[in-house]
Design a protein around this ligand. Structure first.
Ligand code: XMP
Length: 519
């Protein structure tokens, strides 16, 4: 699905784990941007995309390595502003005639202080104090700048921390402005966007209208099947599809047996009452359990579930004349974290069931209108589409459901226990009025039994963990700081009311280094 009406910024990815945060920061400023792996940047590609500016991302390699990732130097002849970040800066210097060195004395990891050498538009509004905090993560550093460039700021171990050729509007920074640990990073992007003449034309209303038209153009007279999970993403996808093609859409809600307590009842009710799109309900829980029971490896769980989903959708598609497409609520972070689309050099974190978990051969073509947006943008889009607040503000729930909240082997018993514990936990959160403050909360059942004592009797039952995070888009997250009173009350309720659990723990890991889900 393509946009070409917006002013576009191209992010060339060299494999940094934080490349997606560049896109995030730019989207906050209403800029349409696309991340593409360095291998894809051909002249033809650039003529099609027509970017107004380019950002070169960071990356794990050294520009001095023989096979280091590079981009063809014609990008420097396009006459558009370029911002190189970390590896991107080093590559720009290397390609334009400067030098990059590696020395153990020149690495910086974590917090560093930037000192201004000379005023530049890129750092406008930065230096209220004489130094600014930035986040560094580099082993190599620029040892000689390329002709035409000047140094504008330095740090202890980066003598060329900010460089620029202001005539050509080429900028290079050694630190990472895209991470939160560089407090004024967003201002740097804002300045760069101003230099490049962006006016912030990426709005949800425009996106909605374009997507509806896009779907019409792709689907034409064919029919689309759309999987519904009851979550925000699939609901927004279905609503968009429905607005675009109306009766050519068939929505299917597959119960894979890993839903939360009463979820199927609530989703069916909500679709009937609020969304008003006809829905086929397919209870396939027995089939899923047969395939997944006993599986312990998280990736195998995800892949098996993905495959089963597709088989079921294909089964239904066969019954519908001209069903050629499968609509899915895949989001941009799912794409990035799943398949390392952006130049196989960034790690696959998990195969999100609807992306990396899909079988290679499918009889249906995918239609994924949310593939370019982040979670908070989906919620904004949902509002634009008139979906009720109650629905939009539901916590996210992953496609593979409780199956990825049960580390170790899946058993019917563990899923049953987990469902009960999760229900009480969410009930507590609602009772304490915390639901809307928390981005996502759930319980996971741990693959260990521990000894306890209840009513003077020894118990030997499962332990569970509770997770609650605050976040904007699920890509980074902090654990929610519950009051002890809440934790005490909830733990007591779970242990008293759920047979099979005798110990409750609270997960205090942020993302990164953890992920939100346990698997
Ligand atoms: P992680 O665990 O990757 O989760 O930090 C980030 C967000 O994505 C959700 N998630 C998924 N959603 N299919 C989905 O639809 C999946 O396979 C999947 N895996 C994780 C997770 O619940 C969190 O909101």
């Amino acid at each position: 699905m393509k946009h070409n009406k917006h002013q576009t910024l191209l992010i060339v990815d060299f494999g940094s784990q934080v490349t997606k945060l560049i896109a995030r920061r730019l989207r906050e400023k209403k800029i349409y941007c696309e991340i593409h792996p360095y291998q894809n940047i051909s002249e033809l590609f650039l003529k099609t995309l027509l970017p107004r500016a380019i950002v070169l991302s960071g990356g794990p390699k050294s520009v001095n390595d023989q096979h280091s990732p590079k981009v063809s130097s014609f990008i420097y002849e396009l006459g558009i502003p370029i911002l190189g970040i970390c590896y991107g800066q080093q590559l720009m210097m290397h390609q334009l005639g400067g030098k990059v060195k590696n020395s153990k004395f020149s690495s910086e990891f974590g917090r560093a202080f930037l000192k201004l050498k000379k005023e530049t538009k890129l750092l406008e509004g930065w230096f209220n104090d004489t130094k600014e905090v930035v986040w560094m993560s580099h082993g190599d550093h620029v040892s000689k700048i390329a002709p035409g460039f000047e140094v504008f700021a330095i740090s202890k171990n980066a003598p060329h921390a900010v460089v620029a050729d202001t005539k050509r509007n080429f900028y290079g920074v050694q630190f990472h402005p895209e991470v939160h640990h560089t407090p004024k990073g967003i201002l740097l992007f804002q300045n760069f966007l101003k230099i490049a003449g962006f006016n912030g034309d990426w709005t949800m209303q425009a996106y909605k209208n374009e997507m509806i038209q896009n779907i019409k153009d792709i689907v034409k007279k064919d029919r689309v099947i759309c999987g519904i999970s009851g979550g925000v993403d699939s609901t927004v996808t279905a609503t968009l599809l429905h607005k675009a093609i109306n009766k050519q859409l068939t929505c299917i809600f597959v119960n894979h047996g890993f839903l939360r307590k009463y979820e199927e009842i609530e989703v069916l009710k909500m679709f009937k009452k609020n969304i008003k799109i006809p829905l086929i309900y397919a209870d396939e829980s027995a089939l899923f359990m047969k395939e997944i029971e006993g599986v312990a490896d998280p990736e195998i769980k995800r892949k098996k579930i993905g495959k089963l989903f597709i088989n079921i959708f294909q089964k239904y598609a066969k019954k519908i004349k001209n069903a050629k497409y499968l609509g899915q609520g895949t989001l941009y972070p799912d794409v990035i974290e799943s398949v390392s689309e952006n130049g196989q050099i960034s790690e696959t974190i998990k195969s999100h069931h609807n992306v990396g978990g899909l079988p290679k051969k499918m009889g249906l073509k995918l239609i994924e209108p949310l593939r370019e947006v982040f979670k908070d943008e989906v919620r904004k889009l949902g509002k634009e589409l008139g979906i009720s607040k109650e629905f939009i503000n539901r916590h996210p729930f992953p496609g593979p459901g409780l199956a990825i909240r049960c580390p170790g082997k899946i058993t019917k018993e563990k899923i049953k226990i987990l469902r009960e514990a999760d229900y009480i936990y969410i009930d507590q959160i609602k009772k304490f009025g915390l639901y809307d403050e928390i981005w996502q909360a759930f319980a996971a059942i741990l693959p260990i039994k521990t000894v306890g004592v209840m009513g003077d009797k020894r118990t030997y039952e499962f332990a569970c963990t509770l997770r609650a995070v605050t976040s904007v888009d699920g890509m980074t997250a902090d654990y929610y700081p519950f009051e002890h009173e809440f934790l005490k009350d909830t733990s007591t309720r779970i242990i008293n009311e759920v047979k099979g659990i005798n110990r409750v723990t609270y997960d205090i890991t942020s993302k990164p280094p953890g992920t939100i889900e346990w698997e």
